[in-house]
Design a protein around this ligand. Structure first.
Ligand code: SF4
Ligand code: SF4
Length: 421
């Protein structure tokens, strides 16, 4: 709901219904696991179609690759092929014909009495997407962890549910995180009314404002720690690691039960309703919708993520990932199309932008692909990608897409330059 005040209008985060319990989605017949990395045609493949995998098994796909995935189902690999996502981002999709769970016990054996870093390769696919590489990157020097107990996008209540339902697992997860050398401060950012019983959790509890987009990392850090993340930098660049409540609970669960958890909590948003589900990572989005009796009609949009920042997906085969907090179906009849009207300089986007970006000027450069000037003169990198400017734009300009594309193009140019040095 958009609330108008004398100064700026604002949108408010939803509060989870305490009675809301996740619907359990059956384990799928076919699952797809994404692996970060692709073959350059020269690397030897360590797995092939016909090979069997166990639930919880650590998989390295190519010889000499530092990347790992974890099988979230048991079964037979049917296909290994490249997958191209938004903005040309590539990974490798491993398709599996699912059979009854046969649990791999290597994690339990390898973790006994060992430091967390020795089992880091099992943890990269935990539900909630634990940022393992950042936590153990010596360059980053992480000293503060902020656990986010509220989802950044509107309507999504996945992490609110975790905070309410997984207190024991979060407590254990915090103990484990504290064992990482250099960590001296752990804060839980949450709506205060959700944390009865959290007195001895082992972290400081801090309250988040109800207004969107106060649960975005840069704003949490500004509001709770009084620090500003410089434009173009990440929280990790300043020694702060953001971790979702679900990732912390999954970490705790893995060590409490000596087994890698494989079920992801997701908020499914459809028309005016939202439901929580628990689905195996790798389950196709279409299977989740089928279990909820939701049909997608011609013209509807299937989106991963929430209404402000989610991304369209173009196939119901797209799987639930460790980071999938929401699946949204936008009714085709209610979609307001973007337009090719020009900016009328109304100034609404500037008024609402939490990062004070001069969006009306920025967009002129982005429309004409003058990305470098947009970054240098009009604060492209100060944008936190909350989508409020696009939401309020009277000309229905696709402002967030312009911004994301510009950052992606500039990142590509930097990579090419670095490769040519
Ligand atoms: S998405 Fe728009 S409103 Fe949000 S920070 Fe970026 S420029 Fe500002
Ligand atoms: S809200 Fe849209 S039309 Fe108005 S100034 Fe911003 S970009 Fe231009």
């Amino acid at each position: 709901m958009l609330i108008h005040m004398i100064k700026k209008p604002y949108l408010k985060y939803d509060v989870i219904d305490p009675a809301c319990k996740p619907v359990i989605i059956p384990v799928p017949g076919k699952a797809v696991i994404f692996f970060n990395g692709i073959s350059d045609g020269k690397k030897r493949l360590l797995f092939k179609a016909g090979d069997k995998v166990k639930t919880g098994q650590k998989i390295s796909l190519f010889a000499d690759s530092a990347e790992y995935a974890v099988a979230t189902v048991s079964g037979t690999i049917t296909d290994i092929s490249p997958y191209v996502g938004n903005f040309g981002k590539t990974c490798t999709a491993i398709s599996i014909d699912v059979s009854e769970d046969d649990f791999d016990d290597s994690f339990g054996k390898e973790t006994a009495g060992q430091p967390l870093e020795s089992v880091r390769n099992y943890l990269s696919c935990l539900p909630g997407n634990l940022p393992v590489n950042n936590l153990f990157d010596p360059e980053k020097k992480i000293s503060t962890i902020i656990i986010t107990g509220i989802d950044a996008d509107l309507l999504v209540v996945t992490n609110q549910h975790i905070i309410k339902s997984k207190q024991g697992e979060i407590k254990r997860g915090i103990e484990i995180l504290k064992s990482i050398p250099g960590i001296n401060n752990i804060v839980i950012a949450v709506r205060r009314e959700f944390v009865q019983g959290y007195g001895h959790i082992g972290a400081e509890i801090r309250n988040i404002d109800v207004r969107y987009p106060s649960a975005f990392p840069q704003l949490i850090i500004r509001d709770l720690l009084g620090k500003t993340i410089p434009a173009g930098k990440t929280p990790e660049d300043t020694g702060i690691c953001m971790i979702s409540a679900e990732a912390v609970a999954s970490l705790g669960e893995a060590f409490l039960h000596n087994r890698i958890p494989t079920g992801k909590i997701i908020t499914v948003i459809y028309k005016d309703e939202k439901k929580l589900v628990s689905a195996r990572i790798g389950t196709p989005a279409g299977d989740v919708l089928k279990a909820l009796n939701i049909n997608i009609n011609n013209g509807d949009r299937l989106i991963t993520g929430g209404p402000m920042t989610g991304s369209c997906i173009y196939s119901e085969d797209y799987p639930v990932l460790p980071s999938t907090d929401a699946i949204m179906i936008q009714d085709g009849n209610s979609i307001e199309p973007f337009s090719d009207y020009p900016c009328i300089n109304c100034g609404e986007c500037i008024r609402i932008c939490p990062a004070n970006v001069p969006v009306n000027m920025l967009v002129r450069y982005l429309e004409t692909k003058r990305y470098q000037e947009a970054a240098e003169q009009y604060d492209l990198y100060s944008c936190i990608e909350c989508g409020l400017c696009a939401y309020i734009c009277v000309s229905r300009m696709p402002l967030l897409q312009y911004i994301k594309l510009a950052k992606h193009e500039l990142a590509g140019i930097k990579l090419t330059e670095a490769a040519n040095v």
